[in-house]
Write a protein that binds this ligand. Structure first.
Ligand code: PMP
Length: 356
């Protein structure tokens, strides 16, 4: 029996993705070769790349709207600097919303390039809410936000309207909920939550915003160079891209983002209802900003920690510990996590209430 996997990322992926990628390691497309031993320029792999790029646009509803899709390497963390490199003008400035550790890291990199204005921050309250009603300077080169704060369990439910390019780090909630994706000019996401294994980063960018920074950009960091090379400027991370394609195909077969969103909502409601009902637990994020991907919660009484930890581990749950920087618990309920796993956790929380 597999574990109920609440890992925050890398994390659970659909079982069929594990099985099909294992098969491709041994014999890819009945070629009698492993996907690991063929050229990235071979017909079979070029087809993988093309289908993956098209499927991203299809699932996001962004086909024929001027967007380009890239599968890069370096993680979302490399995008923290590629974004300002490509978008912040020489002597220009950027605006950032500071909602958690990953936003802080993105801001740190942007500061290397020029003036970086933090339009609002929830750092004073340990990032337990999403700031609202802030003003975005109209003379900034772009506005950057983080749609889902993986560590703190908060999620932006709406995005500001602005006339400057809107950039969003969607690493931990991409493909989990319907949004008007056209409002974004650049979306990036490390694969290792809802899209696939670690090793590739998705970038979806509206081409018209590029080429305006006036900077000389090193080739590997230049979105335009990667676009021109159809995401094969250098050898791409072939296996993570293939496994991502399988996950995207799985999502499409499940009915796409709107169908998975309903399941994600049901899972989150089931768990948050128990966190709110059960007198032993409390949630850490402001209720209106609660993430449907990462639910963060604490025990009221720390003396219950060892018995609770023993109980969930015995129930076959894995990966429930909070991020090392905040402690407590974090249940990451990514697309591939079945609601049955959430029920197992809720049952353990109720059993704890009876036991203490
Ligand atoms: N942004 C967010 C929202 C994340 O959750 C993470 C990683 N968990 C990152 C950025 C950093 O991603 P990577 O490790 O791929 O650089």
């Amino acid at each position: 029996m597999k574990k109920h996997n609440y890992s925050a990322g890398p994390c659970i992926l659909p079982q069929e993705v594990f099985e099909k990628s294992a098969q491709a390691l041994l014999n890819f497309n009945n070629s009698d070769l492993s996907i690991l031993e063929i050229s990235h320029r071979s017909k079979d792999f070029v087809a993988v790349m093309e289908e993956a790029r098209n499927l991203v646009l299809e699932l996001l509803g962004l086909q024929n709207k001027g967007y380009q899709v890239l599968f890069l390497a370096g993680g979302a963390s490399l995008e923290f600097l590629m974004v300002p490199y490509n978008l912040m003008k020489v002597n220009g400035k950027a605006a950032y919303l500071e909602t958690g550790t990953w936003a802080v890291n993105a801001i740190k990199e942007a500061k290397l390039f020029g003036e970086t204005q933090i339009v609002a921050s929830s750092s004073d309250s340990n990032f337990n809410f999403i700031p609202k009603n802030y003003e975005i300077p109209t003379n900034a080169d772009y506005f950057h936000c983080t749609s889902n704060n993986t560590i703190f369990g908060t999620q932006m439910k709406s995005f500001p309207k602005t006339n400057i390019p809107l950039v969003c780090d969607m690493s931990s909630d991409i493909f989990s909920r319907t949004l008007d994706f056209e409002q974004f000019d650049l979306i990036y996401a490390g694969a290792q939550k809802n899209m696939g294994p670690a090793g590739t980063t998705l970038v979806v960018v509206k081409e018209e915003i590029l080429g305006k920074s006036g900077r000389t950009i090193p080739s590997m960091l230049d979105y335009q160079k990667h676009i021109k090379a159809e995401s094969m400027y250098n050898t791409p991370p072939v296996f993570p891209i293939y496994a991502s394609l399988l996950t995207l195909q799985w999502l499409k077969n499940k009915g796409g983002i709107s169908a998975i969103e309903q399941k994600n909502q049901a899972k989150a409601t089931l768990l948050y209802n128990e966190i709110d009902r059960n007198p032993l637990f409390k949630g850490t994020a402001a209720v209106e900003d609660r993430s449907i991907m990462n639910a963060t919660f604490l025990l009221h009484d720390e003396n219950h920690t060892s018995i609770f930890d023993k109980m969930w581990k015995e129930a076959g749950i894995s990966g429930l510990a909070g991020h090392r920087s905040v402690g407590g618990y974090r249940a990451s309920m990514y697309n591939a996590l079945p609601i049955e796993s959430v029920q197992v956790l809720v049952d353990v929380m109720q059993a704890l209430e009876k036991a203490v």
